[in-house]
Design a protein around this ligand. Structure first.
Ligand code: GTP
Ligand code: SPV
Ligand code: MN
Length: 594
C-alpha cells in the first residue's frame, strides 16, 4: 500500500503490541465498505435498516456505559505539565505510554486491525493534514469513511514523509475504569482505549482536528476551532461567511443548516452550510481570515432534529447514514428519537437505545431514563447529502470570514446578541464564555461552567497560551472579522425559551452582517454593542413583540456583576499564562458595570 518507512514501522510496532490476527488496509472503495457493512450486520454490530425508506442506512448501539465523550479520562501528555495547563488532565508521556501499553497488549487477539489512511481537509490542499487510524472496530471504520476523506490517495500525498498523525484505537473490554483518550501533541500521536463512542474513537474529529490541530496551529500560525461555518446569500447573489463557536449540543449543526424564515426566502435569501463543528482558519493573501471545514460529514445530535427545527439535517440523514443509540422501530425497520415527530413507535414495535423493549407511553420529559433514544444519540451523515451544502465546501482556499460568533446556553446573563469592540475585546468575550453543560459529555447536565471559545474540552495545550495565540493572530490579520456573542437560550420565569431560535436566528445573523458592513447603528453598553430593538426584524413572528426584543437585548448589570468573581476564579484557574491584556479587559468591564 505504501513504502513509507515511518508508516510501516509504526504499524509493525502497534501490531506487535495489540497482536491482531489480521491487518486490513482501508482503501476507500465502496466494495470494501459494503463488505464491512455486511460483516458488521452478520455479527450484530450494526442493523441494516429499511433500504427503501432509508437507503444505505444502519443502526448501531454502543455499550450502555459508553455514550458520550469522557472529559475526565481525556489527557494531554506534554513533556512539561505546565504546557498542558490546569484546564487539561495531564499525564507524563512516558508514564502514559506504559500505562496504556498494558491495556493494549494482546487486545486485538482474534480480531482484525484496520488501517485507515485519512485526510482532514482536501487531499493536497494547503489546509490538509493527514492521519492514520488503527482500530479494531468496523463501526469506527465506517464512521471514518463518512466523516473524513479516506483512501490510498492520502498515502500517495504523504509520500515518504513522517508528518502524519498516528492514531491507535482499541475497544479492548470497553471497561470504563480503564478508558483513556490520550494525546501526545509533541509526538503527533493519539491513543484511545476501552471506548467505542464517537468523539472518543473517531480520532480525526475532536482528538486530531481540534486537540492536536490546535497545538499545531499555534506552532504554525493558524487556528483550529470548534466552529460551524455558514454562508448567507443575499438576494443579489453575494455571499458572506460567518463562523460560530458554541459548546457541544448548543446549536452549531442547527445554525449551520438554517432555513431562513419565509419573509427572507421570498426575497431570495439563502443559507449555505460549509461545516457544522470544526473550522481551520488561516490568514489569506488578501489579509482576511479564511476557513475550511476539515471534515467530510456530520456527526450530529439526533434528538430534537425534525422537519421543522432542521429539515436539512433530517434530509441529510435519509441515506448513507449510521444512526447511533436511537430508537429502532421494528414495525417498518426505521429509526425514531425524541423530538422527531409525535408518532413514536408503539410498544411491541420499539427497541430503545439500550436494546430493550421501549414503552413510549411511560415517557416522562423530566426523567431521562424513560427516553427511547439516548439524549446524545447521533447520526453520522455524508456532507454531500446535505441539501444546503455550500458550493465552496470543496474549495481549496476555503471561505473568507466576515464575522466570528461565540455563543452558549445561558438562561439569564447573556443577551440575544452583542458585538465586541474589536479583536482584543472579542477574544476576551470568547474567553469568558459560559454555558450550561449538555449530554454530549459524560457528567451532570445543565450546570453553568466557563467554556472559552467552546474549546474547554478541546484545546491541546495550556489555555492561557491559547488565549495568547488568539491575541497574536488578531495582530497578524490585517482585515480581521468582527467578533460577536449570541444566546438563543434565554428563558422566562417559567423556564421557556423566549427567542424562537432555529430558522429565526437568521434575523440575528443579518444584524451581525449589517454591523460588519457598518450599515446599522447599535447601542453601546458596558459589555459591547447591542442592537436597537427595532433593528431586529420581527416581521412574521407571532409571539415576539418589540418589547420581547427589548428584553432579549437588555444587559442585566446585576447578573453581569455577579459573574465577575466567577470569571476571575476561572482566569486564576487557567493560571499565570492568562495574557495581561485579558485581565485589563476584565478590569475594564468591571469598571463599566460600575
Ligand atoms: P455538537 O455536535 O455536540 O457539537 O452539537 P451542536 O453544537 O452542533 O448542537 P446541535 O445543533 O446539534 O443542537 C443541540 C440541541 O440544541 C438540539 O436539541 C437542538 O434542538 C437545540 N437547539 C439548536 N438550536 C437551537 C435554537 O436556536 N434554539 C433552541 N431553543 N434550541 C436549539
Ligand atoms: C461534541 O461533543 O462537541 C461533538 C460530538 O461534536 S463528539 O464527536 O463526540 O465530540
Ligand atoms: Mn462538537
Amino acid at each position: 500500500m505504501t513504502q513509507n518507512k515511518h508508516v510501516l514501522s509504526w504499524i509493525d510496532e502497534m501490531a506487535a503490541l495489540t497482536q491482531p490476527d489480521k491487518i486490513v488496509w482501508i482503501d476507500g472503495t465502496e466494495e470494501q465498505a459494503e463488505a464491512l457493512r455486511a460483516e458488521a450486520c452478520s455479527t450484530g454490530e450494526m442493523i441494516k435498516l429499511n433500504q427503501e425508506k432509508l437507503p444505505g442506512c444502519y443502526l448501531h448501539r454502543t455499550a450502555v456505559n459508553d455514550v458520550a465523550r469522557v472529559e475526565g479520562r481525556t489527557f494531554i501528555c506534554t513533556s512539561k505539565k505546565e504546557d498542558a495547563g490546569n484546564i487539561n488532565n495531564w499525564m507524563d508521556p512516558q508514564e502514559c505510554y506504559e500505562k496504556l501499553s498494558k491495556l493494549y497488549r494482546g487486545s486485538m487477539k482474534g480480531r482484525t486491525m484496520y488501517v485507515i489512511p485519512y485526510s482532514m481537509g482536501i487531499v493536497g490542499s494547503d489546509f490538509a493534514k493527514y492521519g492514520i487510524e488503527l482500530t479494531d472496530s468496523i463501526y469506527v471504520v465506517l464512521n471514518m469513511l463518512i466523516m473524513t476523506r479516506v483512501g490510498l490517495n492520502v498515502l500517495e500525498a504523504l509520500g515518504d514523509d513522517a508528518g502524519f498523525i498516528k492514531g491507535l484505537h482499541a475497544k479492548a473490554d470497553l471497561d470504563e475504569e480503564n478508558r483513556y483518550i490520550c494525546h501526545f501533541p509533541e509526538d503527533n500521536t493519539i491513543w484511545s482505549v476501552n471506548s467505542g463512542y464517537g468523539g472518543n474513537v473517531l480520532l480525526g474529529k475532536k482528538c486530531f482536528a481540534l486537540r492536536i490541530a490546535s497545538f499545531l496551529g499555534r506552532l504554525e500560525g493558524w487556528m483550529a476551532e470548534h466552529m460551524l461555518i455558514l454562508g448567507v446569500e443575499y438576494p443579489n447573489g453575494e455571499v458572506k461567511y460567518i463562523s460560530a463557536a458554541f459548546p457541544s449540543a448548543c446549536g452549531k449543526t442547527n445554525l449551520a443548516m438554517l432555513i431562513p424564515p419565509e419573509i427572507y426566502q421570498k426575497q431570495g435569501y439563502k443559507v449555505w452550510c460549509v461545516g457544522d463543528d470544526i473550522a481551520w482558519l488561516r490568514i489569506g493573501k488578501d489579509g482576511r481570515l479564511w476557513a475550511v471545514n476539515p471534515e467530510n460529514g456530520f456527526f450530529g445530535v439526533a434528538p430534537g432534529t425534525n422537519e421543522k427545527s432542521n429539515p436539512n439535517a433530517l434530509h441529510t440523514t435519509m441515506k448513507d447514514t449510521i444512526f447511533t443509540n436511537v430508537v429502532h422501530n421494528t414495525a417498518d425497520n426505521t429509526v425514531w428519537w425524541e423530538g422527531l415527530d409525535n408518532n413514536p413507535p408503539q410498544p411491541g414495535n420499539a427497541i430503545d437505545w439500550k436494546g430493550n423493549p421501549w414503552d413510549c407511553t411511560k415517557y416522562d420529559k423530566k426523567d431521562k431514563s424513560t427516553c427511547g433514544a439516548h439524549p446524545n444519540s447521533r447520526f453520522t451523515a455524508k456532507a454531500i447529502n446535505c441539501p444546503c451544502l455550500s458550493s465552496e465546501f470543496d474549495s481549496l482556499a476555503g471561505v473568507p470570514i466576515s464575522a466570528i460568533v461565540f455563543g452558549g446556553r445561558r438562561a439569564k446573563t447573556a443577551p440575544l446578541v452583542y458585538q465586541s469592540t474589536g479583536w482584543q475585546n472579542g477574544t476576551f468575550v470568547g474567553s469568558i464564555m459560559a454555558s450550561e453543560t449538555t449530554a454530549a459529555a459524560a457528567g451532570a447536565v445543565g450546570v453553568v461552567r466557563r467554556d472559552p471559545m467552546a474549546m474547554r474540552p478541546f484545546v491541546g495545550y495550556n489555555m492561557g497560551d491559547y488565549f495568547k495565540h488568539w491575541l497574536d493572530m488578531g495582530k497578524k490579520i490585517p482585515n480581521a472579522p468582527q467578533i460577536f456573542h449570541v444566546n438563543w437560550f434565554r428563558t422566562d420565569d417559567d423556564g421557556n425559551f423566549i427567542w424562537p431560535g432555529f430558522g429565526d436566528n437568521m434575523r440575528v445573523l443579518l444584524w451581525i452582517l449589517a454591523r460588519c458592513e457598518g450599515k446599522v447603528d447599535a447601542v453601546k453598553t458596558a459589555i459591547g454593542y447591542v442592537p436597537k430593538a427595532e433593528d431586529i426584524n420581527i416581521e412574521g413572528l407571532d409571539d415576539v413583540t418589540i418589547d420581547t426584543i427589548r428584553e432579549l437585548v437588555s444587559v442585566d448589570t446585576e447578573s453581569w456583576k455577579a459573574d465577575i468573581d466567577n470569571i476571575k476564579e476561572f482566569y486564576n484557574l487557567v493560571g499565570d499564562r492568562v495574557p495581561a491584556e485579558l485581565w485589563e479587559e476584565l478590569a475594564g468591564l468591571e469598571e463599566r458595570l460600575g
